[in-house]
Design a protein. Structure first.
Length: 71
């Protein structure tokens, strides 16, 4: 599961569900290219844990609020 919220309004902007057996981290880059995902807060399950995804999620200065991503 991946959800994105507008930082200013708190309104949800998109959500995606992926098959449980797939590695979710593979889909993030594709999603970033399809939608202009700046100024968003992301809610994601642990399937998204990767250094590449962390760089994308924080590319516009959004903080990381999960210890798993901070380690």
């Amino acid at each position: 599961m991946l959800m994105a919220y507008d930082v200013r309004t708190g309104m949800p902007l998109l959500s995606r569900m992926y098959k449980g057996g797939d590695t979710d981290a593979v889909f993030v880059r594709e999603l970033f290219w399809q939608a202009h995902l700046a100024g968003m807060l992301f809610l994601a399950d642990r399937g998204f844990l990767s250094k590449e995804n962390l760089a994308l999620f924080t590319s516009d200065g959004q903080p990381v609020r999960d210890r798993a991503f901070q380690e």
